[in-house]
Structures are given as structure tokens and as C-alpha cells.
Design a protein around this ligand. Structure first.
Ligand SMILES: Cc1ncc(COP(=O)(O)O)c(C=O)c1O
Length: 393
């Protein structure tokens, strides 16, 4: 292809052939006026759906006041958001950035620097999980346990070892006194919606403590109410030392965060880490409004019944349809593992006016808004069932 025939955007995405222009709640519209039910939510990004009322109002008000000043000055919305996150979690301090991969970078750097301070010498090794996904920058890619993502970019950050998610013996094999931290998603999302086995996360915590290693939970995808509690660690009852957030935090406005307990976070001092845009007034004000709207509307509590409806649907589909092997995931992040690649299913759904995604080649993923109205949930699931039948016939 000559330079003149190349499209102006680099080819990193395989895009579906529609152009989306407008959305409200669970509905989104393309440039031809065609309506879609959005059951993917910008890939687990929209806890309140498109353009939720209160955060939208806050965003517009903030846009009229102040967009950007850098982190050389205090920013009240950022202070307020940090306080809200600290008050709602087991963590003491927050570092703000703009995306999931940056939140993971911050977590890795914080674990390294704090391991040096607490052990007298730097521990440089990270233990990560096979089938994990932590992002595309070099640090986060280096702890992403998927060969296809890593292979084109070697050499990566050195001294990363991988264990099998859900397998304590495999973790024990990788642990030694050179490990700064274990990094994991408490439920693996991109890698196939893999739930941790009963008791596994508590065992991981114990092993980290025995080796003086920190435990990092990447909650970029499973945080902000996705699994049925504000943070996934609360659901599983195991506290990490460091946690990352992004996706749902801004309700669609880009923001990422790395949260940590005081004995760790104190090692980030001026000069150790930074982000020009991180926690800017627009992102912070909007994210705070998202958290408040979730809380004020009892959104997570009310999503439990919707999650149960989805769970029942997934179980029914697996029971009735050959090739639908097993339900995956939890809460408002669920899917089905099939006996073949699901891309054609995604296309059937698109044609039928439903946006869904995948988590690995053979697993369907849906991540609808936590407050999806019941009638739209039912409508979308009916469409999905018809499309699964067509796909599997
Ligand atoms: C668990 C997890 N961590 C990190 C990331 C990277 O986030 P971002 O694309 O915002 O950099 C993702 C993205 O899917 C994710 O699922």
C-alpha cells in the first residue's frame, strides 16, 4: 500500500463497520440513525451507561470553570476524588493517571521503590499470572501473561515470572525472596473471564506475606461495581497492598488511579513518578460524580438482580445450545465459553442491533451498564439468544 492510500489512523484495531455518534444510557446510535443496545459498555467502561445525567452536569459545569493546570498546583476536584476513594477503600493514598496501563505502571514502580526501602535492597522481580492482561505499555505488557501480545515486542522488562492463575503450587514454584510483588487481576477479564477458585486469593495473600512480597490487584476492569461490590477485593475478602483502577472510574471520561496503603505509598515522593494530565479537573470532577451517582442511586445493590438475570440466561443458553460450553464471569461482567471463535457471533449481534464483545477468541463477553433498565436487559438478552442459536447452528 502506498502512503497516499493509507487511512489516517494507524491500523491497531480491527473495527466493526459502523460509526457511532450518540448515546444515552444503554442505547447508542450510529451516523445513519440505527439504534444499538450497548451490552459492552465501551469494554467495561460505562457503569452508568452513556452520558449519565449527574456526571454529565458536573462535567459541563467543570468545563466552564477549569480544564487543566498540571499537578504543580492543588486541584480541589482531585483532592475530593482522592478522599472519596480513600474513604471507600482500605487504601490511604492515591496517584492519578489517565488509563489502565498507566495505573499498572504506577503500581509496578511503587512496588519496586517501596521494596527497596523496606528490604534495604531493591527486589526487582514481579510474579504475574498466565492469561492475565494488564495493558500495552512496556511495563504492563511485560506482566501480561499472553504470548501473542508479548512476542512482537521482546525484549521486555526483565525479571518477570509467570504462574498459572488459580494454581497455588504453580505460584509457590515462582516465589522467592527476590520478588517485589505479585500482580494479578482478582478475576481475570480479557483472559477468558476466569473466576478465582474458592480460597485461592487468601492463599496468595499468605504466600506474599511469607516472602515479604507485595500484592497488587489490577481492578482496572473488575472494579467500580462490576462484580457486585465497589471494589472486587471487597467481594473476595482479601486486601491487596496496591490496587489499580481505570475504565469504569470516569464513567467514560479517561482517568486511571493507583491506590496503596500508607507504608507503601509514602515512598512516592516528588520526582519519583508523575503524569501531566493525571487527575486533571475535568476527569476528577467527573469521576467523583460517577462514584456519587453509583452510591446515591444504590446502583451496585440494584445491579445484583440484573446480574442474576444474566447468570440465569448464560446457564440456560449453555444448557440448550450445543457449542455453548460454560458460563463465565460474575456480576455485570459475564459471558460464555464456546467451542469455536466467537467473532461471527459478535457480527450476528451487530447486525441485530446489539453490541457485545469477547474475552479471548472463544469467549463471549458482555459488560452492560450496572443500571441497565430491566426492559432493555430483557430485549438485549432475547436478541443475544437468537444470535447464539444462529451462530451455533
Ligand atoms: C485488567 C486490565 N488492566 C489494564 C488494562 C489496560 O487498560 P487501558 O486500555 O486503559 O490502558 C486493561 C484493559 O483492558 C485491563 O482489562
Amino acid at each position: 500500500m502506498s502512503a497516499s492510500t493509507l487511512p489516517p489512523i494507524m491500523g491497531t484495531y480491527g473495527r466493526f463497520p459502523i460509526t457511532l455518534v450518540e448515546g444515552k444510557g444503554t442505547e447508542v446510535f450510529d451516523d445513519k440513525g440505527q439504534r444499538y443496545l450497548d451490552f459492552l459498555g465501551g469494554i467495561s467502561v460505562l457503569p452508568l451507561g452513556h452520558a449519565p445525567d449527574a456526571p454529565l452536569k458536573t462535567l459541563i459545569e467543570q468545563a466552564n470553570k477549569l480544564w487543566h493546570v498540571s499537578n504543580l498546583y492543588h486541584i480541589q476536584p482531585q483532592q475530593d476524588l482522592a478522599q472519596k476513594l480513600v474513604d471507600s477503600s482500605c487504601f490511604d493514598q492515591v496517584f492519578f493517571c489517565n488509563s489502565g496501563t498507566e495505573a499498572v505502571e504506577a503500581a509496578l514502580k511503587l512496588a519496586r521503590i517501596s521494596s527497596e526501602k523496606s528490604h534495604g535492597k531493591s527486589r526487582s522481580t514481579f510474579v504475574a499470572m498466565n492469561k492475565s492482561f494488564h495493558g500495552r505499555s512496556f511495563g504492563s505488557l511485560s506482566v501480561t501473561g499472553q504470548e501473542s501480545y508479548q512476542a512482537p515486542f521482546r525484549p521486555l522488562v526483565p525479571e518477570v515470572r509467570f504462574a498459572d492463575f488459580g494454581d497455588i503450587a504453580s505460584l509457590k514454584e515462582q516465589m522467592a525472596d527476590d520478588v517485589a510483588a505479585v500482580i494479578m487481576e482478582p478475576m481475570q477479564a480479557e483472559g477468558g473471564l476466569n473466576m478465582p477458585p474458592e480460597g485461592y486469593l487468601a492463599e496468595v495473600r499468605k504466600i506474599c506475606d511469607e516472602h515479604g512480597a507485595l500484592l497488587i490487584y489490577d481492578e482496572v476492569q473488575v472494579g467500580i461495581g462490576r462484580l457486585g461490590s465497589l471494589f472486587a477485593y471487597q467481594l473476595f475478602g482479601v486486601e491487596p497492598d496496591i490496587m489499580t483502577l481505570a475504565k469504569g472510574l470516569g464513567g467514560g471520561f479517561p482517568i486511571g488511579a493507583c491506590l496503596a496503603k500508607a507504608e507503601i505509598s509514602q515512598h512516592f515522593v516528588p520526582g519519583t513518578h508523575a503524569s501531566t494530565f493525571g487527575g486533571n479537573p475535568l476527569a476528577s470532577a467527573t469521576a467523583l460524580a460517577v462514584l456519587n451517582a453509583i452510591e446515591d442511586g444504590d446502583v451496585i445493590e440494584k445491579s445484583q438482580a440484573k446480574a442474576k438475570t444474566i447468570e440465569d440466561f448464560m446457564a440456560k443458553a449453555c444448557a440448550k445450545i450445543d457449542g455453548a460450553l460454560e458460563p463465565r464471569g460474575k456480576g455485570m461482567l459475564q459471558g460464555i465459553r464456546f467451542d469455536k471463535p466467537v467473532l461471527p457471533l459478535l457480527n450476528h449481534c451487530l447486525e441485530a442491533g446489539l453490541l457485545v464483545g469477547m474475552a479471548g477468541p472463544n469467549t463471549l463477553r458482555i459488560a452492560p451498564a450496572l443500571n441497565t433498565p430491566d426492559d432493555l436487559l430483557e430485549e438485549g438478552l432475547n436478541v443475544l439468544f437468537t444470535c447464539i442459536e444462529k451462530f451455533s447452528s
